[in-house]
Design a binder for this molecule. Structure first.
Ligand SMILES: Nc1ncnc2c1ncn2[C@@H]1O[C@H](COP(=O)(O)OP(=O)(O)OP(=O)(O)O)[C@@H](O)[C@H]1O
Length: 925
């Protein structure tokens, strides 16, 4: 940049009477630039990775980069500003797409003032140095938007529209345009600020508008000088005073001449608005028009200057060029700064800008063969498009649609106009290109091979040609026109055709109205006119019919569409409802699944626990069952034993001839077993008492019950030493243990019969022992008790004296009878009878004499009550047990009288467990 700056410092472009074109590449924003500038060669080329192998390079008067604005001013504006102060009109344009840096280049910022503030500083500095002249400075600020000029310095609220008068070689008058005289840089700054602020408030979307409007800052410099004229400080010759040339004017005022020049600094609208083909808006059209005209004007000025020609310049084609015509004509200095956006996405726009910039700089010399080739190709394509359009408009089918055979919808009036316009454009372009090719062939056949100066080869403005010929086929085109020029010409022609088409339409409409309004009153009217009128009316009627048809068709379509829209909306709403419903259902299902999942996991845990618990329980129960089974087996065995023993006992009694009862039965003698005949006797026993208690226990199925009678208490008068050896009984009972339930019953028994512990427990089955005298009885009891205690823990509720023959039942008696141990002289009878089911009561009767003989008992009695069986359990209704009289021995009063000893047993009948413990009967399952 510094190098470039030094170079441009040395060069004075203002000295050269030509257009200066430079390019400024805006720095990229953290992205790689799509363009590679070369400040040494003043060229810029597209990055090869984006140019697809094609060499895309452009050369200009200067190629600039970077952020500082000073070098830019020095390069592209300084000499032009000086020229302006010296009396030359100067114009500096900034051209480029939006955001490429036009405003930054012209206005700049506080830190980096742009061309305008620097130019003002330059002007005032120059004036200060130039002591011999007087200056008057006036400035104005305006904006061109949609081809309408607005005064940016008009006071707020005041009308700001400016009308343009004159032009085309003469002066232009802008009215009312406010011009303010400025005497200092500050004054200029204030004016600029005011103008900017009006521009901002003129539209809510200032930025957008700013890119769509051209802003023009004009500084009119009046220089008072001597009429003789002399060289300017910069060495230039004072500009001539040819008013027709549009250059600076020299007026004479009181012997002094006043020279007027204008410095115009112009920020142009975004160039992309000019290149968009599809841009159909008014703004786009106006921007197109003004920028294309500007391009043409500058190009022609440059061309004229380069070739020394004086060709027509189409200043009037746009407000901008018309306004600038005096400034651009003659020896005006023109500088165009084209700003370039470095983004890869803006390559197309940037290329277009560069093409614009390239044109005015030099007149392109084209390779004719290449040109012909290009034109021929283009003509071919254009013809194809034209044929396609013609087919469509005639057949009503587009080529692409032919396969589907769908009729093309009717076109609106505007579309028809556009369509015919497009076709005309195509035809015009084809004709233009065809003519070009023919001309070039002709030229190549001339002897000199040079293009002559004649009218035929002179570049003609396409607009001029089009307007003069009125037919695209007669458009005059310069051979040297490049594609850009042709594009411009084409666009201009299009614009004209468009406006002509509009005009035709409005004329047609006016004619139709006039025809409708006119009444044929003059019978002698010209027949031709009549015919024409009829024809017009007929045409109009046809058009109206067509329009009506079209309208009906559209209305039907509209109704159909409306209906379909309604249906679609309804369906959409239904679908929406359905979706909402499904979404809700889904949400519910999901939450249910979640609940089920958690339940399932809980249930799985619970079930597992339950199963384990049940398994354990079953195992325990199985064990118990086995135990119970064993117990029952044992009980059965016991019962069998008891039965056997009892039978034996009875048999023994029978053998012993004890058929005579010695004891009388108790309260209610029970029936003897069938077939038994027993004698009874009144035993000579003393008094006695017997308590009995029984318990029933059973299982539901096994109906196993047992019980035992209470103990007897009293003086024994029975004596049968050989029969009741309690010692044996005691010792024998310690040899084994019994089942829990039995022991429990017995232990309770013993606990309720503490006074008889020694006896009752020792012979819980039934025992007879004890001395006949109280002393002997006491000793005997003591002995028995001590023996018992020695060998047996009486307090334990779970132990029981047991013999292999039976447990605590009357079955012990026969056993005891089998052991004739004559240890006791006396004995008292404690009847104790427990029996299991099926024992029934046992009664036997003794003859008193037999008893006496047998037992040596004179008198005595015993009373017992036993067999209180209580059952219970799961099925309490079948509680069993019974109360029975165990035995009562009483003195018959008369020796030898038969008495009855009745052994009653307590019987548990189908009862539940007396203890309520083992009452779960697995067999029931
Ligand atoms: N050379 C530069 N160095 C640093 N910043 C720049 C340069 N050129 C432009 N910019 C910045 O880029 C942005 C766009 O620039 P600017 O407004 O001048 O573009 P423009 O072409 O005038 O756009 P518009 O056509 O919309 O008015 C601004 O923020 C500006 O400060």
């Amino acid at each position: 940049m510094d190098e470039a700056w030094l170079k441009t410092m040395q060069a004075d472009h203002g000295k050269q009477d030509k257009v200066m074109v430079s390019v400024r590449l805006r720095p990229g924003e953290n992205t790689k630039s799509a363009w590679i500038p070369s400040v040494n060669t003043n060229s810029i080329s597209l990055d090869p990775s984006l140019s697809h192998g094609k060499a895309t390079s452009f050369t200009f008067d200067a190629v600039l980069t970077g952020t500082p604005n000073k070098p830019i001013f020095t390069t592209v504006a300084k000499s032009h500003v000086i020229a302006a102060v010296e009396g030359f009109n100067s114009v500096i344009f900034a051209y480029g797409q939006t955001a490429s840096g036009k405003t930054y280049t012209l206005s700049g910022t506080d830190e980096e003032p742009g061309i305008i503030p620097r130019a003002m500083k330059q002007v005032f500095g120059y004036i200060r140095r130039e002591e011999t002249r007087e200056y008057l400075l006036r400035c104005s600020y305006l904006e061109i938007y949609n081809e309408q000029i607005h005064d940016l310095l008009a006071p707020p609220g005041a009308p700001n529209k400016v009308e343009l008068h004159g032009g085309s070689g003469g002066d232009v008058i802008l009215t009312p345009l406010r011009e303010e005289v400025v005497t200092s840089i500050k004054g200029v700054r204030d004016v600029l600020k005011r103008g900017e602020s009006h521009r901002r408030t003129a539209c809510t979307d200032w930025n957008e508008r700013s890119s769509r409007s051209h802003s023009v800052f004009r500084l009119v410099i009046e220089i008072e000088r001597s009429p003789s004229g002399r060289a300017t400080p910069s060495g230039r010759q004072t500009p001539g005073a040819n008013p027709n040339h549009g250059g600076p004017r020299l007026q004479s005022r009181g012997g002094k001449s006043v020279q007027t020049s204008v410095l115009s600094l112009i920020d142009l609208a975004g160039s992309e608005k000019a290149t968009s083909d599809k841009e159909r808006t008014r703004e786009g059209q106006y921007i197109n028009k003004s920028l294309l005209t500007l391009g043409t004007v500058i190009g022609k000025l440059s061309d004229n200057a380069a070739k020394g020609k004086n060709d027509h310049i189409p200043f009037r084609d746009s407000k901008l060029t018309r306004l600038l015509a005096p400034s651009l004509s003659g020896n005006a200095r023109i500088s165009v700064v084209c700003t370039i956006n470095p983004d890869a996405g803006a390559v197309a726009e940037s290329t277009s800008t560069l093409l614009f910039a390239k044109r005015p700089r030099s007149v392109e010399v084209l390779d004719r063969d290449a040109l012909i080739e290009r034109y021929e190709k283009e003509i071919g394509e254009l013809r194809k498009r034209l044929e396609e359009r013609e087919r469509e408009s005639i057949g009503g089918f587009s080529s692409n649609e032919q396969t589907s055979r769908r009729p093309k919808p009717r076109m609106s009036a505007q579309e028809k106009v556009d369509e015919s316009q497009a076709m005309k454009d195509l035809q015009a372009r084809i004709a233009q290109l065809t003519k070009l090719i023919l001309n070039s062939q002709t030229v190549s056949l001339t002897d000199s091979g040079e293009v002559g100066e004649g009218e035929e080869t002179r570049p003609v403005s396409p607009s001029k040609a089009a307007s003069s010929s009125g037919s695209g086929a007669d458009v005059g085109v310069d051979f040297s026109m490049d594609s850009y020029q042709l594009q411009q010409a084409l666009l201009t022609a299009r614009l004209q055709l468009s406006s002509q088409a509009t005009q035709i339409l409005s004329l047609e409409a006016a004619l139709a109205q006039a025809a409708a309004a006119e009444t044929p009153v003059d019978a002698s009217a010209d027949t031709d006119t009549e015919t024409d009128k009829d024809k017009i009316i007929e045409d109009q009627a046809r058009r109206i019919r067509a329009l009506e048809e079209h309208h009906t068709y559209n209305s039907m379509n509209y109704d159909n569409l409306d209906e379909k829209l309604g249906e679609s909306t309804q369906k959409l709403e239904q679908k929406q409802l359905r979706i909402t419903f499904l979404e809700n259902a889904l949400a519910q299902s999901e939450s249910r699944v979640r609940v089920l999942e958690s339940n399932h996991s809980q249930a799985a845990t619970v079930t597992e626990k339950d199963l384990k618990a049940k398994l354990n329980e079953k195992e325990r129960w199985a064990e118990e069952l086995v135990k119970q089974l064993e117990k029952e087996k044992r009980a059965r065995v016991t019962l069998e034993d008891e039965r056997r023993v009892l039978r034996k006992f009875v048999e023994r009694f029978d053998e012993l001839g004890m058929g005579m009862g010695a004891f009388s039965g108790a309260s209610s003698p029970m029936a003897s077993p069938a077939g038994r005949r027993r004698s009874s006797f009144a035993p000579p026993v003393g008094q006695g008492m017997a308590f009995g208690a029984g318990a029933g226990a059973g299982r539901r199925r096994s109906s196993f019950a047992y019980g035992y009678a209470g103990s007897g208490l009293g003086e024994s008068s029975l004596r049968h030493q050989s029969l009741f050896p309690s010692s044996v009984s005691s010792s024998s009972t310690l040899s084994d243990s019994s089942s829990v339930s039995t022991s429990a019953s017995l232990s309770r028994f013993t606990s309720t019969s503490t006074s008889l512990t020694s006896v009752a427990s020792g012979a819980s089955s039934s025992s007879i022992s004890g001395p006949s005298s109280p002393q002997a009885k006491s000793e005997s009891a003591k002995e028995s008790s001590s023996r018992f205690r020695e060998s047996y823990d009486i307090d334990s509720p779970f132990r029981i004296p047991h013999t292999p023959h039976g447990v605590g039942t009357a079955g012990d008696i026969p056993r005891l009878l089998d052991l004739p141990t004559p240890d006791f002289k006396e004995a008292w009878v404690v009847s104790s009878c427990g029996s299991g089911s099926g024992l029934g009561d046992v009664s036997f009767e003794y003859e008193e004499a037999e008893v006496e003989a047998m037992l040596g008992v004179k008198e005595g009695s015993a009373m017992g009550a036993g067999g209180l069986g209580v059952g219970g359990g799961r099925v309490p209704s079948v509680a069993g047990g019974m109360t029975s009289l165990s035995a009562r021995m009483e003195k018959s009063g008369k020796p030898g009288t038969a008495g009855t000893v009745r052994f009653a047993s307590s019987v548990g009948i189908l009862g539940g467990g007396g203890e309520g413990k083992e009452n779960v009967t697995p067999l029931s399952r």
